[in-house]
Structure formats: C-alpha cells, structure tokens
Design a protein around this ligand. Structure first.
Ligand code: CUA
Length: 152
C-alpha cells in the first residue's frame, strides 16, 4: 500500500516532536532535579505515619498514602478498640476503603480526612486503595489486625 507524501511528513514530524518532548522531560529531570512534588499537610503532626495508643482500647492511626502504599501497613489492635484514622497523601489522590467496615475515604494531598471505626470482632481487615492512582494501584493495601498475634 502506498502512503501519501503529506501523510508520511505528518507522521515523521509528530515522531520528531514526541522525541523532543520526551528529551525535554528527561533533560529537565536530570538537570534541574525535577520530580513529583511532595504535598504533605503543613501541620507536621499528621505527616508522620504512626499508631498512638491513647488508652487500653482507644487508638489514633496517622495513615500516609503514597504511590503505592499505606504507612503504617500493618496495624495491630485488641478487639473492641475504637480507632481514629487521620488520613493524608504525599502525592496524588488515593482511596481508603475498609470494605468490612463500610469505610470509604479519599486520601488527599495537603489535607487530612478523619474517621472513627470500632473493631468489635477479631479478624484481619483489609484497607485497599479504590481510587486509580497509577501502575501500582492494585497492590496498594494495608491491614488492620484485630486480636491476632504479631508475626514478627
Ligand atoms: Cu492509591 Cu490507587
């Protein structure tokens, strides 16, 4: 099949343009060290992933979502615990879903979302990201482990 001369020129020039764009991106990344910006909240209390125990059955979980993980990734608590989740994101919008508890939140960069959950049955509760956030999205998960012994 013969290609029209103009069609050939258009294809060649778009390939050249695409190469130029890719080259410019790589050049900027290397020369100016550009990267995806971190957008953590200004209040540093929420930016460090951690689990705080307030009393015997009251916990605070500071959960930080990023591509493609939740930190902390394993949360061990005793049965009957009331947990306050403070959720933020380092980069893009992620989801935060605990299906067994009907929890559905967004992890938004620069912001904090909060919810409280009571875990009154022992078991392993999966936290999954349910907002498409890139190539590792399907592996982005964490667990709340209620009344199960630590593996380590
Ligand atoms: Cu994070 Cu999908």
């Amino acid at each position: 099949m013969k290609m029209d001369k103009i069609e050939k020129r258009v294809i060649i020039s778009s390939l050249l343009l695409m190469s130029l764009f890719v080259f410019s991106l790589l050049y900027a990344k290397n020369k100016y060290k550009t990267d995806v910006p971190e957008c953590l909240p200004y209040d540093k209390a929420y930016t460090e992933p951690k689990v705080n125990q307030l009393d015997e059955k009251t916990y605070q979980v500071f959960s930080v979502a990023s591509m493609w993980q939740f930190q902390p990734s394993e949360i061990y608590i005793p049965v009957g615990s009331e947990v306050d989740f403070y959720l933020t994101s380092k980069d893009v919008v992620h989801g935060f879903n605990i299906a067994q508890k009907n929890i559905n939140m967004m992890a938004v960069y620069g912001a904090i979302n909060k919810t409280s959950v009571k875990f009154d049955k022992p078991g392993v509760y999966d936290i999954v990201c349910h907002e498409y956030c890139g190539v590792g999205h399907q592996n982005m998960r964490a667990q709340v482990i209620v009344n199960y012994p630590r593996s380590k």
